[in-house]
Ligand binder design. Structure first.
Ligand SMILES: Cc1cc2nc3c(=O)[nH]c(=O)nc-3n(C[C@H](O)[C@H](O)[C@H](O)COP(=O)(O)OP(=O)(O)OC[C@H]3O[C@@H](n4cnc5c(N)ncnc54)[C@H](O)[C@@H]3O)c2cc1C
Length: 526
């Protein structure tokens, strides 16, 4: 008899949420993470100076807010295990390089007022889009947090009605096409396209067309925000939940092999040499590129097709700044109140060129950043509630032209200073006397921290239409099972619902518990 029914490889928010659902259903689970701390991309560290809490990776919580794990507090993460969110009114503000700005508020009316400064017609078009998105939001959301329909079946379902056919058409277009059809003003278009590009593929990529509508539904219904105390708070609450239900979480435990016998997952082997039996199943947060080397006995065809999946189009550097006082924007005080500030060029031509520059391995030649100043809202992130912990993230290619990934180590300090110089262009007080300390994380650092982030891809694999939903990462792996190996399940950003913090392990847990006939009374809505 093995001590554990399910052994979970990886302690990021996806596999922790899978483990938490299984533990809450009475299963005996063990979670193993290679790092000295659990959480993967949802962690918080004192990266710069004592008392300044930074989120090195995820800081903004968007999709997870719609997950019934949070929206219905299915696991008691908020009511019992200490998870708290801070949800500012302004979800995101684009600050253009001419210091004009545009805000998306939680309130639709206020958002339309902000858009109307540029175009009354665009404000009306946005209001109509939100109305349409509200009608679709149950369809969007109910499909996000359960195993996806096979892609063919999904498209066939959409084909049954005029509305469905229109949605399918939008889905197959690019966000650029959709946004240019909807809005007339260049800055309004850039505002929404900049937000879309946070999925780390260019907005001209076919298959991104539904995202503007989807984000409108998320923004005004589920109210994105950040975790009080840092994103680690989410991972901590999940671990408390697992331990409360008798599960275990171990750090410094790298799994090098999932062992199978007779077509069934049996155990895992750690780098230390230890082998741990899994009585019923193994859940593996293993990147599609690593399935062939890590899963004993996997069908070579399954592994080869997984290995052929494509990464996102670009990555990011993330810089962190401990400041005496919070940044002040030349654009005005309204911008400080935004959860995310998206600095971008004021011209569409320049904005589009950035994506071309990254395609050829160059850092965009002007600002294309994403800034979070969560300590403006959450004073627990700074010592004695004083100062600011700034998150200044900027799109870059995974690899610089002609260089290996490790080359980032040679240029990281210079790149950090370059990011500061760009940010100084839109702020008034990012001067040497305001900066206490700073740090940078490059795609190479991300790659080393989590195998999910191959080459620094924060989304696991690209969210292209051929790697989306029932085709993510490949059609045969998209149901979280591995053909030919019973008792092996997958979790991670490379599976539906995809990258970012989603609590998507709920889907893996549903599939596993469904197969094993385990009752899951915590899952209230399916
Ligand atoms: C710089 C940066 C900024 C980001 N910003 C945001 C944001 O603002 N909002 C947002 O929603 N998302 C953001 N993301 C993306 C988000 O962090 C990820 O998509 C998300 O964390 C993926 O979750 P996961 O649990 O599937 O994988 P991960 O978070 O990568 O966790 C996987 C875990 O598994 C462990 N592991 C893997 N293989 C093994 C093994 N063989 N043995 C033991 N342990 C193993 C890893 O150590 C890791 O801890 C950002 C990411 C980065 C890097």
């Amino acid at each position: 008899m093995s001590k554990y029914e399910v052994v979970v490889v990886g302690g990021g928010q996806n596999s922790l949420s899978a483990a938490a659902y299984m533990a809450a259903a009475g299963m005996k689970v063990l979670v193993l993470d290679k790092n000295p701390s659990f959480g993967g991309g949802a962690v918080s560290h004192q990266l710069t100076a004592p008392g300044f809490i930074h989120d090195p990776h995820a800081g903004q919580m968007v999709l997870i807010m719609a997950n019934p794990m949070i929206a219905n507090d299915e696991l008691g993460l908020m009511s019992k295990f200490g998870l708290k969110f801070c949800q500012p009114d302004v979800g995101h503000a684009t600050v253009f390089d001419d210091n004009s700005y545009l805000c998306t508020h939680f309130s639709v009316d206020k958002t339309c007022e902000s858009i109307a400064q540029f175009s009354k017609r665009d404000a009306d078009a946005y209001r109509a889009l939100v109305k349409q998105a509200e009608g679709m939001s149950d369809l969007f959301v109910s499909g996000l947090f359960k195993p996806p329909l096979p892609f063919g079946g999904f498209m066939a379902m959409l084909d049954q009605s005029i509305e469905g056919q229109q949605l399918a058409g939008t889905l197959l277009k690019s966000a650029y096409n959709v946004v240019c059809d909807l809005y007339e003003h260049e800055k309004v278009r850039i505002h929404f396209l900049k937000w879309v590009s946070e999925i780390m593929i260019g907005p001209e990529e076919a298959g991104t067309g539904v995202i503007p509508m989807f984000l409108a539904a998320m923004q005004h219904k589920y109210h994105p925000g950040c975790v009080v105390g840092g994103s680690q708070g989410l991972s901590n609450a999940l671990v408390r939940c697992i331990e409360h239900h008798g599960g275990e979480v171990r750090v410094n435990s790298e799994v090098i092999k999932v062992n199978t016998s007779g077509g069934k997952a049996k155990s895992v082997t750690l780098k230390s040499g230890e082998t741990i039996e899994a009585g019923k199943a193994v859940v593996a947060n293993v990147h599609p590129w690593n399935l062939g080397s890590m899963i004993e006995g996997i069908d070579p065809g399954v592994a080869a097709r997984a290995k052929a999946t494509r990464l996102s189009a670009f990555g990011a550097v993330n810089t962190h700044w401990a400041l005496k006082e919070a940044p002040k924007y030349k654009a005005g005080h309204d911008v400080d109140t935004a959860a995310v500030v998206e600095p971008a060029p004021a011209s569409m031509e320049k904005f589009r060129q950035h994506f071309d520059q990254m395609r050829y391995g160059h850092i965009p030649d002007s600002i294309n950043a994403s800034v979070q100043h969560n300590s403006n809202f959450d004073k627990t992130r700074v010592p004695n509630g004083q100062g600011a912990a700034l998150y200044l993230y900027h799109f870059v290619p995974f690899k610089l032209a002609g260089k290996e990934l490790s080359y980032w180590d040679e240029v990281k300090d210079a790149v950090k200073e370059d990011m500061l110089r760009r940010y100084q262009g839109i702020t008034t007080n990012m001067t040497a006397d305001n900066i206490i300390a700073s740090a940078i994380e490059t795609p190479y650092d991300m790659h080393k921290w989590s195998p999910s982030f191959q080459n620094g891809d924060i989304m696991g694999v690209g969210t292209y239409i051929d790697q989306w939903s029932g085709r993510r990462p490949t059609p045969e792996l998209a149901q979280y099972r591995v053909p030919g190996i019973n008792g092996l399940y997958l979790s991670g950003p490379f599976l539906h619902p995809g990258g970012t913090v989603t609590g998507g392990g709920r889907c893996t847990a549903m599939q596993l518990m469904g197969d094993l006939g385990v009752k899951h009374s915590h899952i209230m809505s399916v």
